[in-house]
Design a protein around this ligand. Structure first.
Ligand SMILES: [Zn+2]
Length: 202
């Protein structure tokens, strides 16, 4: 394991610290019930659940997010998000070795990170966010051409990297993310994690 991942993970003492961090990302202004919008809850320690004081709904920090119903430790998720967005040569096989988890579990985790990479536009220099004013007469054509060119390059890159493509769109999302995010750091990982606990799984 690279040292910078150790550096990253050393910010979190234990599983509780990881959960606390994810809680801050999901509810920066404090708990908010997903069913009724009430802002106070009691914490059920044994099950890591929050029970809304008003409507008694039991909510976990991952319910109705990309990490819905996950049974994996939060530290695993933090690690995977950091590792996958900062390393260039990632594979499910490597990940299953690093965390000692089943290959299929690793693959599922990576697909969730790819899901969070979708529609990434972290930087203004991204290909898809080129200002339309450059060619006001036919802005759609410019964007269309750029997407087409990007798609062709992405497919070529992914075929050389993964050989076979089953979840094509997810690999495209990953490719665009890596192109746009550039040198990844904690500043890139945090918005990604924020996406992971903000998105509705519906
Ligand atoms: Zn409620």
């Amino acid at each position: 394991m690279s040292t910078y991942i150790n550096d990253f993970m050393s910010q979190f003492q234990d599983e509780a610290a990881c959960r606390q961090y994810m809680f801050q990302l999901r509810w920066p202004n404090g708990f908010c019930c997903t069913r009724c919008g009430h802002d106070s809850a009691s914490y059920i320690t044994t099950r890591d659940l929050y029970e809304c004081v008003l409507c008694k709904a039991q909510i976990s920090i991952t319910s109705n997010t990309l990490l819905h119903r996950t049974k994996l430790p939060m530290s695993y998720w933090l690690f995977v998000f950091y590792w996958f967005t900062t390393e260039q040569n990632c594979s499910a096989r490597k990940l299953s070795g690093l965390l000692s988890i089943h290959y299929r579990t690793a693959l599922r985790m990576m697909h969730i990170v790819r899901e969070a990479m979708r529609d990434w536009n972290g930087t203004a220099t991204g290909l898809l966010s080129a200002p339309a004013s450059e060619e006001p007469s036919s802005p759609m054509t410019v964007v269309h051409r750029a997407v087409k060119r990007l798609g062709a390059r992405a497919r070529k890159h992914m075929v050389s990297k993964y050989r076979r493509i089953r979840y094509w769109q997810r690999y495209v999302d990953e490719f665009i993310f890596r192109k746009q995010a550039g040198v990844s750091s904690f500043e890139t990982v945090e918005p990604m994690l924020h996406r992971a606990v903000s998105f509705s799984s519906a």
